[in-house]
Design a protein around this ligand. Structure first.
Ligand code: APR
Length: 242
């Protein structure tokens, strides 16, 4: 820890797929990751959904079923962040790019899912959003407006605006510490958050990752290793020394 953080300060934590890898969930760009298995243009863009909705529904049905049936457990990295939210006197906000539910399962309450959530669906006709833990088919009718073929995963695709961006930037402006955990720094706007806090001034930034991300040189501090090891150690030091 290169700088003491005001114990009543605000901590904003960006997480990516790397924090869930030791819970058994694939990352996107590590070797053999999700984007090596399927073309993101086909399953993570509005055009892909337009072209072949069944392929997209099947892709997310498989990932949703993994969460629901295999019940992956939060790992020590997730649990350390829940302990930080519980024991830190100031505000702790998790801004996650992940669509899994492991931060909730670990016990965090203050979470923004900027790329949406796998266990929710939305209707393109009436904009309703609801919890959903089963398969979604192209002929499933919307429980709200009863239209057919209008339901999609509540997931933000490439080319779409991430969720709650105004709230996120307000929190970044208020942050005394910005932590980035388990993300490659490939996808904006999340990859630009470290630059944003630098420009706003007054915030210490730290990257905790398996290896240097694209934005590594922009951080005040970097810690490399598996999240299940480096995150608990960092959180313990933070709670001990501020
Ligand atoms: N502990 C910590 N970091 C890890 C671990 C681990 N056990 N395993 C992998 N990592 C790191 C990798 O080094 C990599 O930098 O996690 C990062 C994962 O990067 P990506 O696979 O690119 O995932 P992410 O950064 O979350 O992707 C961002 O891209 O495709 C979109 O919407 C998707 O939210 C996703 C976004």
């Amino acid at each position: 820890m290169n700088r003491r953080i005001d114990p009543n300060g605000t901590i904003v934590i960006l997480t990516g797929a790397g924090i869930s890898r030791e819970s058994g969930l694939d990352t996107f760009r590590c070797e053999g990751g999700i984007w090596a298995q399927v073309d993101l243009e086909d399953v993570a863009t509005p055009e892909g959904f337009q072209r072949n909705p069944k392929m997209v529904q099947d892709f997310y049905n498989a990932r949703r079923a993994q969460l629901v049936e295999e019940k992956p457990q939060p790992n020590p990295g997730h649990l350390a962040l829940a302990k930080l939210e519980r024991d830190w006197p100031g505000r702790v906000l998790i801004v996650t790019q992940n669509i899994d539910n492991l931060h909730e399962e670990a016990g965090n309450k203050n979470i923004i899912h900027m790329h949406g959530e796998l266990l929710k669906i939305t209707c393109t006709q009436c904009d309703s959003v609801r919890p959903w833990d089963q398969d979604l088919h192209i002929d499933t009718s919307c429980p709200s407006c009863h239209n057919i073929g209008t339901l999609r995963p509540h997931v933000v695709w490439f080319g779409e605006m991430p969720l709650q961006m105004e709230e996120i930037y307000d929190a970044l402006e208020d942050a005394d510490l910005f932590m980035s955990i388990g993300t490659s720094g490939n996808v904006y706007p999340a990859a630009g958050f470290v630059q944003a806090v630098k420009q706003m001034g007054g915030c210490h930034s730290v990257e905790l990752n398996l290896d240097p991300s694209n934005g590594a040189t922009l951080f005040d501090e970097t810690v490399y290793g598996p999240a299940s090891e480096v995150v608990p150690a960092y959180v313990d030091a933070l709670l001990k020394n501020g």
